[in-house]
Design a protein around this ligand. Structure first.
Ligand SMILES: [Mg+2]
Length: 154
């Protein structure tokens, strides 16, 4: 089995970061299935590095253990060759603030960068749009207490 390494971001990928940074050892709930996903990668032989701007504190390690996140290292890869920078060598980076580079510096890429929003922000906007959604009155069919959307407006 080929051994591969993945760097997984913590904020917004492993734990909920919808409210932004709240303090060094303040964490949100686990993103659903982060425990299962990391366990499956581990079973498949991946080396998992939690790669975060946060420091490797005891509370962070405890949170990862309490939430059964499978990982090998935090912010380091001891299997690194010497004389490399602080960027951790990995086959894949998983991050909520990344754009996958597909080999071309073109307008699409520039637009993607300019318009980039992390998933939490996109989700928040979708929720706001949904809560502001109102049926126009002429598409509502009324009879007594019954209110339905007219089939012709669907
Ligand atoms: Mg993040």
């Amino acid at each position: 089995m080929e051994k591969k390494t993945i760097c997984i971001d913590f904020d917004g990928v492993i734990h909920d970061y919808s409210n932004g940074f709240q303090g060094e050892d303040v964490f949100g709930g686990m993103i659903p299935n982060a425990n299962t996903g990391t366990s499956v990668l581990k079973e498949k032989g991946w080396t998992i590095i939690i790669f975060t701007t946060r420091k490797k504190t005891e509370k962070l390690k405890k949170w990862l253990e309490d939430n059964k996140i499978a990982y090998d290292y935090i912010n380091e890869n001891p299997e690194h060759p010497e004389r490399t920078s602080g960027k951790v060598i990995a086959d894949v980076y998983l991050d909520d603030r990344g754009i996958c580079f597909n080999g071309r510096w073109d307008q699409w890429l520039i637009r993607e960068i300019a318009d980039f929003e992390p998933w939490q922000k996109r989700q928040q906007k979708e929720m706001e749009q949904l809560s502001n959604f109102r049926e126009p009155e002429d598409s509502i069919w009324d009879r007594g207490n019954e209110r339905r959307i007219k089939a012709s407006s669907l």
